[in-house]
Design a protein around this ligand. Structure first.
Ligand code: SIN
Ligand code: CO
Length: 386
């Protein structure tokens, strides 16, 4: 699904990671995919991450944050002051909200984080802030005034607050009132502030992710270190005499430095590790693991019968093409080497969240083994037992 009259190439060239863009209701027909009380219901579930932000005065910093899950009664007596409820990863739970991601698939899946949904009463909002990630803010219901400001960085002054990273000074450079169906794209670190105008304001944040360099290096090194033996050590069988025993010589340093970076430079090992690392679920418990592992004959019968295969909305899939036409499939932190019909199946699974399998695949042992593994690790399920 595409956003009508939206020029993707132009967007990528001039706006993505560069500057904000307001897209006035481009949908043929906009329907809000979730009711406010359904959102409140999700915030009552233990497996769902949610926050309630209550205004406790006039200042931006006068906000109280409560973390979910909430008892149903919490939403009854919230009083007159503005408040907002934010629920993370609603796309993992509500297919109609997951469908909101489809028009944005021109950005690769591995960059997608989740769809956060907010509900606010008149005047409610999280306050002026910046995020480290790109976001498309889709106005679902009601109206919200968005103001955007300059780009911030780690030196930008913040208000002292335990839970919120709010800007001390926020000077808007642009301001828009968003109506249902309108979309505002905000690049990473650009200051923004959205205030509900009237009650029943719902905003869908299509949020992306980008690894921090520090995280990449730390995690990649942690992974490498796990596979290193204690007897893999510095050696100097050609040690030359030196005049001053206190000198750390250039040849010694060169060997030490080489020892450190050699493994880090292994591009294939990095690719395999990153694929696994990046495909881990955001919420590991949200799997579709069957009560008892499925057997290959069960899967074969379902494929023969033409049962569609569904991807768990909480699962993450990606693939890396190999020079020999095989590919590595990554799903929820696991990797699979796939060739021929299995590689084609892996590509399909990465391209869409529902795959109509060719019944002929039932005759392919590698394809059946892959599907069995994916079902048993809770990444996919056949429509009949989803
Ligand atoms: C909201 O929906 O209120 C906040 C979204 C954001 O600013 O990132
Ligand atoms: Co934000």
């Amino acid at each position: 699904m595409h956003i009508p009259h939206f020029d993707i190439d132009l967007f990528l060239r001039d706006y993505w990671q560069k500057r904000p863009l307001l897209i006035r209701n481009p949908w043929a027909e906009w329907t809000n995919p979730l009711e406010p009380d359904e959102l409140a219901g999700l915030a009552c579930e233990e497996a769902v991450e949610s926050r309630l932000i209550l205004h406790d005065g006039e200042g931006a910093g006068d906000r109280l944050v409560e973390h979910g899950s909430f008892p149903e009664s919490r939403f009854e007596g919230l009083g007159q002051s503005p408040w907002t409820l934010l629920v993370q990863a609603v796309d993992h739970h509500v297919p109609d909200v997951a469908a909101l991601l489809d028009p944005f698939r021109f950005i690769p899946n591995w960059r997608i984080d989740d769809v956060m949904v907010s509900y606010a009463t008149d005047g409610g909002g999280v306050g002026p802030h910046f995020d480290q990630y790109d976001v498309f803010l889709v106005q679902g219901l009601g109206r919200r005034r968005w103001r955007v400001g300059p780009a911030c960085d780690s030196r930008t002054p913040l208000l002292p607050h335990e839970d919120l990273r709010l800007l001390t000074d926020f000077e808007a450079t642009d301001e828009w009132i968003l109506e249902p169906g309108d979309i505002l794209y905000v690049p990473p670190r650009v200051a923004h502030d959205g205030i509900a105008m009237g009650d029943d304001c719902m905003t869908y944040s299509i949020g992306f992710r980008a690894p921090a360099r520090s995280e990449l290096i730390e995690q990649w090194c942690d992974h490498l270190v796990e596979h290193m033996a204690d007897d893999d050590r510095y050696e100097d069988p050609a040690l030359a005499r030196q005049d001053n025993p206190g000198e750390l010589t250039a040849p010694a340093l060169a060997r030490l430095h080489a020892m450190t970076i050699e493994k880090l430079l292994d591009r294939d090992a990095f690719a395999r590790w990153f694929g696994q690392y990046n495909s881990r679920r955001k919420y590991p418990d949200m799997d579709w693991q069957p009560d008892a592992p499925v057997e290959v004959e069960t899967v074969r019968a379902l494929v023969k019968a033409g049962a569609p295969l569904l991807r768990n909305a909480a699962s993450r899939f990606a693939f890396i093409r190999q020079a020999d036409a095989s590919l590595w499939l990554f799903a929820d932190g696991e990797s699979f080497t796939c060739v021929e019909e299995c590689a084609a199946l892996a590509e399909e699974l990465c391209a869409r969240d529902q795959v109509a399998l060719d019944p002929g695949l039932a005759g392919s042992d590698p394809a059946m083994a892959l599907v069995v593994a994916l079902v048993n690790q809770g990444s996919v399920a056949f429509e009949t037992d989803a």
